[in-house]
Design a protein around this ligand. Structure first.
Ligand SMILES: Cc1ncc(C[n+]2csc(CCOP(=O)(O)OP(=O)(O)O)c2C)c(N)n1
Ligand SMILES: [Mg+2]
Length: 555
């Protein structure tokens, strides 16, 4: 009956349905994971250990919690390196569980770096296990935080993993997680305002995905016949071939944000200019903010009206209230909405659709994205971007038909995360093709971790938009761009990355002919099905063109 803390934690993780844990050694819980038969995905650095678990939580919308372990305690080298991953998870609100060694009793103050205060800045909750008997309690609280309310990382510090406690004294039962429904009076007011608006717009955030509310969003949008934009992180919350889908970014989104007199925000923090839009003339618009808690209400813009609760329960309540007001709502509200959306999209996307079929050499990056859409089954695949042009371009044009068919990430976007995301997608949905699209900067961050894919037989493909420089954002980092002194790296003429990565054991190709884009993608994706990873270097032109965020302009 008496077990050690590490074993107790691992048994609780199993009880909570955790099937594997990502790690970078050392952490004293790891040997218990091994003994208890929980597979560890050993990454090649601590930041990636966090990032893979973080991405797993995102991709499964918190239905399966990603868990990671790394070094902590007095010698917190691992934790210091993992900090970047935790900061990113915190910034983006991802419910990941991080477990590390805590500073043991008697050793506090024995290091410059203060673990507890550092961890509190990047977590929804930081738990310190000060007594072995409290193991079930701390784990219950952790999973309560992970499964309820606004998502965010939980970090646990375990100072004495070998300490013993009686497992039977406080038997553990898995935590369900709880949701809150909005106040019916607030729902009625929201509906009053929505029905009074002339040009309403739905602004959907990632909360819709976490709440599993994509169908409810669609039902509401269709019922009131209102156009929908999604945030970068919510890309895919609304099917992007739907007649009411406006976009994530670009001129058509600007048009609708400008034109709207009411914005119904659902599941978004509405944080302007963090790879997101500012709300133009916000003071003249009615902003109804539906959010899981009050943190983001009245932030940056005055909230005209708030509806606090889970996004799914909120969308359902709004729809129910609307249907009770027969005659005033419904698809008859305005007839030509879909035609207007189509015209706005066609006009804004024309310049991209043109280059998506371009035969120019070096290859236009949009040709790669267009061909990727042709090759993948968009109902059964996963694509993600990197920081830089690949984010900005893919989020402008890549049609996402299912939630998490594409992972948009980055309130701030930390280079290198795409590899972690593609790995997590493969773990979450082994049958789906999984593709990370990167530039040279993202690739540099990944290199040390590529071995993991070979060791673990993770058949994913890294698509490299090889343009010989750091482009970033705005008018480009090169030439007359905004960072002319810090953009140049060794380009495809000087170094052949397909040889470098091929020598590791990847299936690699280097493609400079536009007509070869589709066959090369097909070969790599086909080889992926046998568990062998792929890398394709597409020799591309420097083409920093994409849809803008409203209010940001070219930097
Ligand atoms: C960890 C981190 N450091 C710095 C940045 C800033 N940054 C954003 S994009 C970028 C360069 C991207 O260049 P590349 O990967 O070649 O992509 P391209 O835009 O050329 O396609 C940099 C340095 C970042 N996003 N993340
Ligand atoms: Mg580049």
């Amino acid at each position: 009956m008496t077990i050690d803390v590490a074993t107790g934690i691992v048994r609780i993780l199993k009880e909570e349905g955790v099937g594997w844990v990502s790690t970078f050694p050392v952490c004293r819980v790891n040997n218990a994971l091994g003994r208890e038969g929980v597979p560890m995905l050993m990454m090649r650095d601590d930041r990636y250990a966090v990032a893979v678990a973080d991405a797993f939580s995102r991709i499964t919308a918190g239905a399966r919690i990603g868990v990671c372990t790394f070094q902590g305690g007095v010698n917190a080298a691992g934790m210091q390196y993992a900090y970047a991953g935790m900061a990113q998870a915190y910034e983006d609100g991802s419910p990941v569980l991080c477990i590390t060694d805590g500073v043991p009793a008697g050793a506090s103050g024995n290091s410059q770096y203060d673990v507890a205060s550092a961890m509190k800045t990047v977590s929804k909750w930081f738990g310190y296990l000060d007594k072995p008997e409290r193991t079930p309690e701390i784990m219950r609280r952790a999973f309560t935080m992970l499964r309820s309310g606004r998502p965010g990382p939980v970090i646990l510090a375990i100072p004495n993993a070998p300490a013993k406690y009686d497992e039977t004294a406080d038997p553990y039962r898995a935590v369900k997680g709880w949701k809150s429904a909005p106040d019916p009076a607030d729902v009625r007011t929201a509906v009053d305002q929505l029905l009074a608006a002339r040009n309403p717009l739905i602004y959907a955030g990632e909360g819709v995905i976490y709440a599993g509310a994509a169908e409810d969003l669609k039902a509401l949008a269709e019922f009131v016949n209102v156009p929908v934009i999604t945030t970068l992180k919510a890309k895919g919350a609304f099917p992007e071939d739907h007649p009411l889908f406006v976009g994530v970014r670009g001129d058509q989104v600007a048009h609708y944000l400008n034109k709207s007199d009411l914005i119904l925000v659902v599941g978004s923090s509405l944080s302007p200019l963090r790879f997101s839009h500012a709300i133009p003339d916000a003071a003249k618009k009615t902003i109804i903010h539906c959010n899981v808690d009050e943190l983001h209400i009245n932030k940056m813009y005055p909230t005209a009206h708030a509806v606090i609760g889970d996004a799914r329960l909120t969308l359902q309540a709004l729809r129910q209230e609307l249907s009770g007001r027969a005659g005033t709502a419904g698809p008859a509200r305005v007839n030509n909405v879909a035609a207007e959306v189509k015209a706005a999209r066609d006009q804004a996307l024309a310049r991209y659709r043109q280059v998506m079929v371009s035969d120019e050499k070096p290859i236009n990056p949009y040709r790669v994205y267009g061909d990727l859409m042709k090759v993948l089954d968009l109902h059964n695949s996963f694509v993600t971007h990197e920081s830089g042009n690949t984010r900005d371009q893919l989020s402008t044009v890549f049609d996402t038909l299912i939630p998490r068919g594409f992972l948009g990430w980055g309130n701030v976007s930390t280079l290198g995360f795409s590899l972690a995301a593609a790995i997590a997608a493969k773990k979450a949905f082994p049958g789906r093709a999984s593709v990370a699209v990167t530039g040279e900067a993202g690739l540099g961050y990944m290199l040390g971790n590529l071995e993991v894919l070979l060791r673990e037989k993770l058949g994913i493909t890294v698509v490299h938009i090889s343009n010989g420089g750091f482009a970033g954002y705005g008018p480009g980092f090169w030439g007359p761009g905004h960072d002319p002194f810090t953009h140049q790296v060794m380009g495809p003429e000087e170094v052949d990355m397909s040889k470098v990565i091929g020598a590791l054991g990847f299936h690699t190709e280097r493609v400079s002919e536009p007509a070869e884009v589709i066959p090369a993608l097909r070969r790599a994706l086909d080889i992926n099905t046998s568990g062998r990873p792929g890398y394709i270097e597409f020799i591309c032109c420097q083409y920093p063109v994409y849809g803008q965020w409203v209010g940001r302009g070219a930097e």
